[in-house]
Design a protein around this ligand. Structure first.
Ligand code: TPP
Ligand code: MG
Length: 353
């Protein structure tokens, strides 16, 4: 048997060390895979529910898992100004699943039952509001999240913390003024904001193609206007590229307390929403890509993947069965949580930056 020369051994070792899959490690990659499968199966179940009369409307993010799971896993999660704030949109299921949200609660929101913890059965599905995780209520009105984030961004710029504010939304929405207000506020020399500005570019705004509407080559090119703000466009269908880009962006913002613009190109695997049919579209599938990469490197076996898919599907079946037995909201509850009972005494009445 030929023995490896020391030089060949060193090269093999270097290749191993530089392979980002091996660097991230099998355990982490399999955890990411499990969360991606959980989010995908959840979305597919929600689509089925909307088509089967077990809900009214579906919108969600199947196709964005390779970017959204690494994002959710890197968030400094918790409540209050010393933890990251998230201003999300309707394609964010995989982010909150990676942060520990449970699929059953999304099923509850889809069926509009009283046990829905996010809106008591009153909002569209995938419209999360999770105070304990600093996930501010998601609005079906697109792009307003790029304005609301300025508030938590200012609070964190003033506080002594390494926590940051994160916003995500789509490519078409960047044509609206809220996106540009966000860029200006983020880069004010008087108080730069520690915010991660994410745009997930799937190439579409409902049925309008991005290339017919945007003269800029990349959405991240808007960063060129602001010399202090890095901007980057990545392949959001690739787990490793997403992980590395997010790691870099989080580290930059936590340390420098300044904004970062990140554009992720992702697939939109079931079209816009149930209004456009929610049928499977032939675009790159990030879960398939990850599985192939792990198999090719010998880091996992097909049987491991099957086990994960089966386990997640069984958990979802049980959750769906339970949700079907839960009550719809009582009519009298319609006024609950509509108006605030006034501001807390701690609310600042003076200030400014
Ligand atoms: C202010 C506002 N205008 C229009 C709409 C209708 N609308 C819902 S989704 C959407 C397209 C959004 O496209 P994009 O920002 O690329 O996000 P994607 O849906 O592709 O993730 C539009 C125009 C809306 N919800 N809110
Ligand atoms: Mg889009």
């Amino acid at each position: 048997m030929p023995t490896k020369t020391p030089a060949a051994k060193t090269t093999a070792k270097a290749a191993h060390a530089s392979d980002p899959y091996k660097k991230l490690g099998t355990a982490k990659l399999l955890k990411i895979h499990e969360l991606m499968v959980r989010a995908r199966l959840l979305e597919e179940r929600l689509i089925k529910m909307s088509k089967g009369g077990d809900g009214f409307f579906w919108i969600g993010g199947p196709g964005e898992e390779a970017f959204n799971v690494p994002l959710g896993l890197q968030v400094k999660k918790g409540h209050g100004v010393n933890h990251d704030f998230l201003h999300l949109h309707y394609r964010s299921a995989a982010i909150v699943m990676a942060m520990g949200a449970q699929p059953i609660d999304a099923l509850r929101q889809m069926r509009s039952v009283a046990t829905d913890p996010y809106s008591k059965g009153r909002n569209f599905v995938n419209h999360y509001a999770i105070p304990e995780l600093n996930v501010v209520p998601i609005s079906p009105t697109i792009e307003t999240q790029y304005s609301t984030l300025i508030g938590t961004g200012i609070a964190q710029a003033r506080a002594k913390t390494d926590a940051i504010t994160i916003v995500n939304g789509g490519d078409a929405g960047t044509a609206e003024g809220d996106f540009h207000s966000c860029l200006v506020w983020a880069n004010r020399p008087a108080l730069p904001l520690p915010i991660l500005i994410i745009v997930v570019n799937n190439g579409w705004g409902i049925s309008t193609e991005m290339k017919t509407q945007h003269g800029e080559k990349n959405i991240s090119d808007w960063a060129k206007v602001f010399p202090d703000m890095p901007g980057k466009t990545i392949n959001g269908n690739d787990v490793l590229e997403s992980w590395a880009a997010l790691e870099e962006a989080f580290a930059y913002i936590r340390k420098n307390r300044k904004p970062y613009l990140l554009e992720a190109r992702c697939s939109r695997l079931y079209g816009h929403s149930s209004s456009s049919g929610a049928n499977r579209i032939n675009e790159s599938d990030c879960i398939g890509l990850l599985e192939t990469a792990l198999l090719d490197r010998g880091l996992a076996k097909a049987a491991d993947f099957k086990k994960t898919w089966d386990k997640e599907a069984a958990a979802l079946d049980a959750a769906h069965k339970l949700v079907k037995s839960e009550p719809f909201p009582a009519v009298e509850s319609v006024w609950e949580d509509v108006f605030a009972d006034g501001l807390p005494p701690s609310y600042p009445t003076k200030g400014g930056s």
